[in-house]
Design a binder for this molecule. Structure first.
Ligand code: SF4
Length: 219
């Protein structure tokens, strides 16, 4: 008698589960690429994250902002920063906005090392670049929407994204291929042009940022 096999898709996890699994696996591959390099340089994962965060903030940032960016406590970030300072990769100076506050910056050696860490995941940039443009756009928009959902549930650290920026005008040009607008540079923006880490970013009021995320979902 023939054994009845279950249909192959009966045990398939829900789509949401498979999406999270895919993101987790990709993140894990990227992390291991960066950490392999970093371990050889005597750095731990938090130190790598700090170097990457400071790389695009040449003006210097306060310890509290770094801690928020990484989603760790100030004490935990402080230990890593002390170690990076001892290694000559970070220096402390005056904060441009408040002369009494301390700002952290990468030294020349820190900048060189942060650039090499970024290059260590170049294989991922190549893989994404090989995807068709339309796929890249859908992927970016989908990931942006997911970040928005996580931010609204306080599960994602602050980022310098257009959507949370006070210069961002959501859906200023409806029915256009470039529906959004940056009032700082007075330029229309398509969804795929939105930035996730803009040096000119200034935080919008919390209710405005939430409204922006919601409108973006509906565009
Ligand atoms: S200043 Fe930067 S983050 Fe803000 S809206 Fe313009 S491009 Fe986006």
């Amino acid at each position: 008698m023939k054994t009845k096999h279950p249909l192959p898709w009966q045990d398939t996890p829900a789509k949401s589960e498979r999406i999270v699994s895919a993101i987790t696996r990709i993140a894990s591959v990227l992390r291991s690429g960066a950490w392999q390099f970093a371990t050889a340089e005597g750095l731990n994962p938090t130190q790598v994250d700090i170097l990457e965060a400071l790389r695009s903030r040449r003006e210097g940032v306060r310890l509290s902002l770094i801690a928020r960016h990484l989603g760790v406590t100030a004490a935990s970030a402080s230990d890593s920063i002390t170690s990076l300072t001892t290694k000559g990769l970070i220096e402390k100076g005056r904060d441009a906005a408040d002369g009494r506050a301390v700002a952290l910056r990468l030294t020349r050696s820190g900048q060189d090392l942060a650039a090499r860490i970024s290059n260590s995941v170049g294989f991922a940039h190549e893989a994404v670049s090989d995807l068709p443009q339309s796929t890249q756009e859908v992927l970016f928009e989908s990931l942006l929407a997911l970040i928005g959902k996580l931010q609204q549930s306080d599960r994602f650290p602050e980022i310098r994204a257009c959507v949370t920026c006070k210069y961002f005008a959501v859906n200023r040009h409806p029915d256009s291929a470039t529906p959004h607008h940056c009032t700082l540079v007075n330029a229309p923006l398509s969804v795929s042009q939105l930035r996730l880490d803009c040096p000119e970013h200034e935080q919008a009021q919390a209710n405005v940022a939430v409204q922006n995320w919601r409108e973006l979902e509906s565009v």
